[in-house]
Design a binder for this molecule. Sequence first.
Ligand code: NAD
Length: 344
Amino acid sequence: RRVGYAIVGLGKLSVQELIPAARTSQESYVAALVTSEEDKGEGFAQALGLTDADVYTYDEFDRLAEREDVEAVYIVLPNSLHRDFITRAARMGKHVLSEKPLGMDAKDAQKIVDACKKAGVLLMTAYRCQYSPHHWAARDAVQSGKLGKVKLLDSMHVQVEDDPTVWRLQKELAGGGPLPDVGIYSLNTLRFVTGQEPEWVFATLHQPKGDKRFKEVEESVSFMLGFPDGVTANCHTSYGAFKTDTLRVMGDEGSVLMDPAFKYEGLKLTIQDEAGAMTPTFPPYDQFGLEFDHFAQRVRDGKTPWTPGEEAVQDHVIMDAIYESARTGKVVNLKAVKKKDAFR
Ligand code: NAD
């Protein structure tokens, strides 16, 4: 049976990526939409074969309780609204797939995890890259020992924000600037690809005075992550530089390069060792479709999803430490953070 989702928030991501992905899915379908009064009439419902009765305003969200066919909700709202909508969904007994960053900080994200646990519903963070064959191939190359011993890591993720009025530049709605929005991909993917957790962080950030885009949040963050055995990662994220997304793992016998590393499609992976370079290719896939369907399977079998809420709490703990380091100018040690396997 296919799992019915309510998509909550009809912004750019929902309209351009999630709804098209759900339409081609064998395991998931959109059963309801939750949106603002203004966005209501845009004709998505008809295109999905839904009626007006399947479209709810944010104020009507709790009425989803009456909808048995809605087994899961997908939260695609500005970050500060995640906790309220997730908690309410959990109270209705709905399983929750939520966009990243899960919360505003580690405390907020932990409250989200606790609310879902208390209600006995599944919670998955939409870390789409962890469902991408390119990323799994990079992880296999690194963890199989093909590159020898891992020594150095780097990653950069830059997205340009020009409009000073967008919610992404408002601290109360976004929680931070490029770090929780796009820098999180570098952090989460390095953890995923290496299977290791950082032991310390060191960071600096830049918030230019006089640029009205960056009154509330930083323009750029540069951060180092210290992994076990002296492996270090250098990462940069920004809303102000030229658009880019890359990830590199250097071993002592080879390297993995992803460029682009975090786009929705067209990813390129190069694995290099003594024998030369190879660029694996894969049949076409849709990261969002794979993510939808993974969660649909978990809803059916009740098992913990691959990227549960706890996985996001870990990123928040590390991002909180990155901001603390940038504020204090000091290295911040991370208390023995849990290995991912502990989540499942
Ligand atoms: P968006 O600005 O395009 O859409 C936001 C939606 O939230 C709109 O439908 C708007 O009506 C609604 N909304 C409700 N209250 C609002 C308020 N107070 N201010 C502004 N909008 C409000 O945003 P988006 O790009 O779709 O991002 C939504 C979520 O998805 C964010 O958490 C973001 O981090 C995440 N996201 C993830 C990816 C990914 O690749 N996984 C990509 C983009 C966005």
